[in-house]
Write a protein that binds this ligand. Structure first.
Ligand code: HEC
Length: 240
């Protein structure tokens, strides 16, 4: 350890010593889960689109890059701050909910608590091919809703996007049909600019003229109603 770090600057050496003393009790590996086998696959699938060289956040692609973040990774995913999504689950039925499954959360927690071992790099999967995602194209134009809007024609809403929302703001958007039924559109919670992405519904929501779109509380943010999901071209969901 000392030999390895001896070439680095003194502050780093001291930090390394402090860390190794501090964490020596935890470095016992007590889990069969490894970065090379399970964690890399999860990270490549769910995190790497942002966490890579040239992405919007620091890289987590290699063990050397991910290991120092192990504790933070566990915390962020268990608190559901990562991957960033921003909408409260169960309020609107979205296609590409970025939340990790219970099993994925457990995998990460077990790996970190078990000493975050690397495992044999020969099990690493191929690095993902980072083509820009279909939804990462220019933001589709939509119908802006500042705080309230009554539709003058029938529309099928494929998704929504938060717009002009101050950081930390929370609000709900609902549609009230002329017959009085309420359709939840989205509940944005503790907004962060990371959440600036479209939320696509499992199936387009159909509203007739006279439907009222409302945002509560007023002024907490606004949304755009999106008409077409560019990523859904190959698998039409609309069977009418
Ligand atoms: C949509 C993009 C995106 C995805 C997907 C994403 N992240 Fe992040 N993450 C970010 C951004 C942006 C930051 C802030 C980076 C910074 O501050 O430099 C961040 C920060 C973090 C941090 C540091 C938090 C802190 O400040 O302590 C951790 C840990 C993290 N992400 C883990 C993950 C993990 C694990 C996944 C996958 C399960 C993931 N992220 C998926 C965008 C993303």
């Amino acid at each position: 350890m000392l030999k390895l770090t001896g070439r680095l600057c003194p502050a780093l050496v001291i930090l390394a010593i402090l860390l190794s003393v501090h964490s020596s009790a935890h470095d016992v590996i007590t889990t069969p889960i490894t970065f090379s086998r399970e964690i890399s696959r999860l990270v490549y699938n769910r995190c790497a689109v942002c966490h890579r060289e040239g992405g919007i956040a620091f890289s987590l692609l290699t063990y050397a890059e991910a290991r120092p973040w192990a504790k933070a990774i566990k915390e962020e995913v268990l608190e559901r701050r990562m991957p960033p999504w921003g909408a409260v689950k169960g309020f609107g039925e979205f296609q590409d909910d970025q939340g990790l499954t219970g099993e994925q959360l457990e995998l990460i927690a077990d790996w970190v608590e078990g000493g975050a071992p690397e495992g044999d790099p020969k099990y690493l999967p191929k690095l993902p091919d980072f083509q820009p995602a279909a939804s990462a194209g220019p933001a589709p134009a939509g119908i802006p809703v500042e705080s309230e809007l009554t539709l003058t024609t029938a529309v099928a809403v494929a998704g929504v996007r938060a717009k002009g929302v101050p950081e930390g703001s929370s609000f709900m958007a609902v549609a009230e049909r002329p017959d009085g039924t309420i359709e939840p559109l989205v509940w944005i919670y503790d907004y962060h600019p990371r959440f600036d992405h479209p939320y696509w519904y499992n199936a387009p929501l159909r509203f007739q003229a006279g439907t009222k779109i409302e945002i509560a509380p007023r002024g907490a943010g606004s949304i755009a109603l999106l008409m077409r999901n560019p990523a859904a071209r190959s698998k039409p969901r609309d069977h009418r």
